[in-house]
Design a binder for this molecule. Sequence first.
Ligand SMILES: CC(C)(COP(=O)(O)OP(=O)(O)OC[C@H]1O[C@@H](n2cnc3c(N)ncnc32)[C@H](O)[C@@H]1OP(=O)(O)O)[C@@H](O)C(=O)NCCC(=O)NCCS
Length: 423
Amino acid sequence: MTEQDLPGRNNLGNVRQSRIFPAEGELWTLTEGPEGSHLINVSGTREGSGVDTSSVLWAVFDVSVRRKIEAQLNEEEANQQDVPAHEAGLTSSVGGFWPPERASFERIKGIYTPGIVRSSDSLNHITGEIEKAREIFDGEVSRVSLRAVVDVDFLKVAARSESFRPLIEVVIPLNGTQAAFENTALVYFGLNHSTRQPIQKELDRYTDNLREASSHVVSTPQEIRKRAEEKGYDIKILSKQAVTEECVDQVALLYERFGWTRNEVSAILHNTNNIIGIAVKDGAIVSAGIAEMARIPIGGNSLRIIEITEAATLDEHAKNGLYTAVSSGLLEELSKRSRIDGVLDGKADLIYGECNGNALGVLKTAHIQGRRFAKDAGSELGFSNSGVLPQHVPIAGLPIETPYNDLFPAFMTREDLYRIYSK
Ligand SMILES: CC(C)(COP(=O)(O)OP(=O)(O)OC[C@H]1O[C@@H](n2cnc3c(N)ncnc32)[C@H](O)[C@@H]1OP(=O)(O)O)[C@@H](O)C(=O)NCCC(=O)NCCS
């Protein structure tokens, strides 16, 4: 592909000299395009003008320019009110996966992209970054959280080391995604400062919650939808074209609990990396959830992961199965898009949510719709103490004694998605 072939090239042709940051009210996400180009996804409504600036721009620039843009985006993010459980709206699907970087809530985060970890050399890169983070543990950094795709047999051998094993927090097997990732797992490695530790009695309560959630009957997508529809709710995907000012107002009301401003909600709804699921009653959006798509290069392959996040139901409509129906609607949509390579130009590999152990409704939803807890999957592989992200982020909800919440990832592979959401 030549520069002339890049759609919208003229928009950012002079990216080296100017405008390497979003205008007010715009949200930028960066993804890699073909042959050294970068796709800049611009979404949002320009402040004051009411003009929808959503568009996709291509630009060719080198790594240093990309770094500059990312630094700019991170600075913007730091200036915004951060949101519980949300992985940094501006950077979550942006590069900067590796080397790790500072992230919200006093964390260093990263995803190891050079390839599948199956040798001590590549594992040393990861443990080296954890050591580096440990050395700067202070008031500004108190947790390091790194993800990598690791060969399962290699991980089992490496985990015999007593010093390494505790760094393994979560193991999500990737069998059932794509052939390149057979017998590998997405592994969360982590370490917390001594002042940022979970407490046993809270972990015990969450384990009870997980047990209770897992005892719930699993429902089919049809049953889940029918329950909500019979109560007069319409379960839908909110298309980008259908995002009116009224929609933004309604979702902003729902997402107030996360601390999002109206402008941020507008940017979220327009972001083409997000699929928005909603429940509507009497013309009003009363429940919403997001499927946030990201493509991660792992060596020569791409792993497409989709996080189900920002679950919210208005209190007066709670416990009617709405969040279950909304997130199940998102899975249905992902299944459809995946079959036509419509998930960031490819197929969905892994769908997951980082569930708050203190939110029984969220844990139940994950189980009811056929997601598996990484705690169970990790145990089956021999990592019996894995499955929890300790003191990961703060989430508003039932009171707890610790400053952050302990999260329990629950996931579904492409194979599961196609089996459960076959139509
Ligand atoms: C969490 C939340 C989205 C759940 O929404 P919802 O529409 O009530 O969820 P559902 O009705 O689909 O819940 C699924 C199941 O959990 C149950 N449930 C929901 N909330 C529950 C609670 N607080 N305690 C116990 N069970 C609960 C539901 O009754 C349902 O079970 P059922 O099928 O046996 O009836 C909603 O409570 C909310 O907005 N919370 C605040 C924001 C938040 O914490 N988001 C999650 C961030 S991780």
